[in-house]
Design a protein around this ligand. Structure first.
Ligand SMILES: Cc1cc2nc3c(=O)[nH]c(=O)nc-3n(C[C@H](O)[C@H](O)[C@H](O)COP(=O)(O)O)c2cc1C
Ligand code: SF4
Ligand code: SF4
Length: 301
């Protein structure tokens, strides 16, 4: 976590060859080699100790295994090894992945959930987050209750948007940019989704997924929303690789944050917010074509 006054980085001077790679690689210039007793040794620069983001680069780069960090375990990795994934296969995964919104009526196996969680937790984090979290809801009763509450929250939003005073407060709460997204994108769809749910037809918010993963983190952590987004993306791609259908879902988190019952039910910690969610389940249908996605611009300068 940012602002660690004493970074838990330790150097084994007996092993160290003074190559200074740890100094060179650190994104925050925390380690430095300095002369102590006539010998150059690596140490933590005391003035920059608080800058450590616990990224583990210093541990990963050291050719002698002479850097250790509390709370970070290091696995072996040979740099000469060819890439773990063939690039063409990776691009194929990106191209063929589609958002899945119709799921089989079957639970996702624990092994598959664990793989998605492991992939998500392998994602980078903006500030060396140790507090980011993933909550996976698979218990049918809990999921049912959670989605009922989420629909109730959105019913409240729709009522508010129906009056001038309500619209004023919603706009003030979410800000003008998000308010435009709410009125032009979310509100028209919600009219249908809420009606169908009320009439007992279907849940078009979670799409009836048998597993919902909520990505959360401390509101005061730098770029925590992006950190959650990257976690979810890693999870989504692993889900695709193992044949689990996934849907990145931006409608679930705001309602989780607003609704005390949901927060308590799934255990979102105090001071945390949910930023993105993933709906998971086995796809009911197989897509037969890849669709060229509307591309953004890419310029080379
Ligand atoms: C940040 C984000 C939030 C999303 N939220 C929702 C959502 O709440 N409900 C939904 O049905 N799809 C949601 N999607 C899925 C997009 O609609 C989908 O990715 C897009 O239509 C492109 O389709 P594809 O993923 O199959 O390429 C979300 C996607 C992203 C990236
Ligand atoms: S990278 Fe390892 S061997 Fe090189 S200076 Fe740092 S601790 Fe010593
Ligand atoms: S963990 Fe990262 S930020 Fe901290 S000292 Fe090592 S390389 Fe620098």
């Amino acid at each position: 976590m940012l602002m660690n006054v004493q970074p838990p980085v330790h150097f084994d001077h007996a092993r160290c060859t003074r190559c200074a790679l740890c100094e060179e690689i650190c994104p925050r210039h925390v380690p430095e080699t300095t002369v102590v007793g006539g010998q150059r040794v690596p140490r933590v620069n005391p003035k920059r100790a608080e800058l450590c983001i616990r990224c583990g680069h210093c541990v990963a780069i050291c050719p002698r295994g002479a850097v250790r960090m509390d709370g970070i375990s290091a696995g072996e990795h040979s740099p000469s090894r060819s890439p773990a994934v063939e690039p063409g296969a990776l691009q194929e995964l990106f191209t063929t992945r589609r958002s899945v919104r119709r799921f089989k009526d079957a639970p996702v196996t624990r092994d598959h959930i664990d793989r998605v969680v492991t992939a998500a937790l392998s994602a980078p984090s903006a500030a060396g987050s140790t507090s980011r979290g993933i909550i996976t809801v698979t218990d049918p009763t809990a999921l049912d209750r959670m989605m009922r509450e989420i629909h109730r929250t959105y019913e409240g939003l729709m009522r508010a948007l129906g009056s001038t005073v309500g619209r004023f407060f919603v706009r003030r709460y979410v800000g003008p940019r998000r308010f435009r997204a709410v009125t032009s994108f979310v509100q028209p769809a919600l009219r249908w989704y809420l009606r169908w749910y009320r009439e007992g037809e279907r849940d078009e918010i979670s799409r009836g997924a048998p597993a919902v993963m909520v990505f959360h983190g401390p509101i005061d952590e730098p770029s925590i929303d992006e950190t959650c987004m990257v976690m979810a993306t890693h999870g989504m791609l692993m889900a695709t690789a193992i044949g689990v259908g996934s849907l990145m879902n931006g409608m679930i988190p705001p309602a989780c944050n607003q609704n005390r019952e949901v927060r308590d039910l799934i255990g979102i910690p105090e001071g945390h917010e949910a930023y993105i969610s993933l709906c998971l389940g086995y796809p009911r249908y197989q897509f037969r074509k890849t669709i060229r996605r509307p591309s953004g611009s890419a310029r080379y300068v």
